[in-house]
Design a protein around this ligand. Structure first.
Ligand code: NAD
Length: 316
C-alpha cells in the first residue's frame, strides 16, 4: 500500500446513502469484461482499466480509459471497482494478493465481482472487504458476449440491499435486468443453480432429438410437437441443439459463438463443489458435469454447449 493510499484510507470520510459513482476501476478485460468496460466509457464514466494481458489494456486505453499496471493501482482512486475474471483463484489473487484491490482501495468504495465463482469465494472476499472498510457484492451475469456488447446482460446480485441499490446505478448501464438475490454469495448461488438446470435440460433435449432421429423422425416436426407439449423447455424451443431447427442460434452456425462448452463445464464443477459442501444431492447435475467433461475431452470445448448433441451422436 502506498503512503498516499494509506493517508486516503485514514482520512477519506465514509459516504453513506445513494450517490453517483464517478471513478470506476475495471479489472479483467477479456471476452466479457472488454465489452462491459467499453460500454462504461461510452456512457461517460471515468474508467481505469487493468488486465494481466497488456494488449487488452491498450485496447481499452484507445477506447478512452486510463490504463493501470496492476489491480491495486487501478483501484486506488476508484469509488467503484468491477471485476470480470475467469475463476476462483483469479478473483482471490486480484482482491487479496500483494498488488490486489484490497491493498489500495478507498474507504467505503463499492467492489462488484461479476466473475462466475464458487459462492464461498464471494463470501470470503466479502469478509476480507468488510475488514478493510470497503463494501462488496457478487454480481455474476447471464447472457454471453453478445449481451455484454449490447449492454443487455442480466446481473444476479448478492449483498446488502443498500449496496445492491448503489451497484444497480452503474450495472443498469451494462444490463437490462439487475436482480437482488440476497446476501453476499447468493448471486453466484443463483447463477450456478440456473446453469446446472440449463445443462441438464440441454442434454435431455439433445438425447430426445437424437433418439427421434434414430426413430426416423424429422427434427423440425419433432420440435413443433415438443414445443407445444409438456417436454418444451428453453433448449428445445429457443436454442435447439439440432442444426437448422432454429435459425440464428449456434447449432445452425456450426456451434460457433454462444456459451462455450468449457465455460458450462466450469460452472458445473462449481455447482458440484457447492453441492458437496452443502451435502445437496444433485445426481443429474453430477452426471451433466461428467458428460460435459467428456464432451470437452473430445475436442468440443470451444464450441457452444449445445454441441453436446453432436457428442451424443458420436460425431467426434
Ligand atoms: P476471459 O478469459 O475471456 O477473460 C478473463 C480476463 O481476465 C482475461 O483477459 C485475463 O487476462 C484476465 N485476468 C486473469 N487473471 C487476472 C488477474 N489476476 N488480474 C487481471 N486480469 C486477469 O473470460 P470471459 O469469457 O470474459 O469470462 C469472464 C467471467 O464471466 C468468467 O467467470 C465466466 O465464467 C463468466 N461468464 C462468461 C460468459 C461468456 O459467454 N463468455 C457468460 C457468462 C458469464
Amino acid at each position: 500500500m502506498t503512503v498516499v493510499s494509506m493517508i486516503r484510507r485514514l482520512f477519506v470520510p465514509s459516504r453513506n446513502g445513494r450517490r453517483a459513482f464517478s471513478r470506476i476501476a475495471f479489472i479483467g478485460l477479456g471476452n466479457m469484461g472488454g465489452h462491459m468496460a467499453r460500454n462504461l466509457v461510452k456512457k461517460g464514466y471515468k474508467l481505469t482499466a487493468f488486465d494481466v494481458n497488456a494488449a487488452a489494456v491498450s485496447s481499452l486505453v484507445e477506447a478512452g480509459a486510463n490504463g493501470a499496471s496492476n489491480a491495486a493501482e487501478a483501484s486506488e482512486d476508484a469509488d467503484m471497482v468491477i471485476s470480470m475474471l475467469p475463476s476462483n483463484q483469479h478473483v482471490l489473487e486480484c482482491y487479496t494478493g500483494e498488488n490486489g484491490i484490497l491493498n489500495s482501495v478507498r474507504n467505503n468504495a463499492l467492489l462488484v465481482d461479476s466473475s462466475t465463482v464458487d459462492p464461498a469465494i464471494s463470501e470470503e472476499v466479502g469478509i476480507r472487504a468488510k475488514r478493510s472498510g470497503v463494501r462488496f457484492v457478487d454480481a455474476p451475469v447471464s447472457g454471453g458476449v453478445n449481451a455484454a456488447s449490447a449492454g443487455t446482460l442480466t446481473f444476479m446480485v448478492g449483498g446488502s440491499k443498500s449496496d445492491f441499490e448503489d451497484a444497480k446505478q452503474v450495472l443498469t448501464a451494462l444490463g437490462s435486468r439487475v436482480i437482488h438475490c440476497g446476501n453476499i454469495g447468493t448471486g453466484q448461488a443463483t447463477k450456478l443453480c440456473n446453469n446446472m438446470l440449463l445443462a441438464i435440460s440441454m442434454i435431455g433435449t439433445a438425447e430426445a432429438f437424437n433418439l427421434g432421429e434414430r426413430l426416423g423422425l424429422e427434427p423440425k416436426v419433432l420440435a413443433s410437437v415438443i414445443n407445444s407439449s409438456s417436454g418444451k423447455c428453453w433448449s428445445s424451443e429457443l436454442y435447439n441443439p439440432v442444426p437448422g431447427v432454429v435459425e440464428n442460434v449456434p447449432s445452425s452456425n456450426e456451434y460457433k459463438g454462444g456459451f462455450g462448452t468449457a465455460l458450462m463445464t466450469k460452472d458445473l464443477g462449481l455447482a458440484q463443489s457447492a453441492a458437496t459442501r452443502t451435502e445437496a444431492s444433485i445426481p443429474l447435475g453430477s452426471l451433466a458435469h461428467q458428460i460435459y467433461r467428456a464432451t470437452m475431452g473430445h475436442g468440443f470445448g470451444k464450441q457452444d454447449f449445445s454441441v453436446v448433441y453432436q457428442f451424443l451422436k458420436g460425431k467426434y
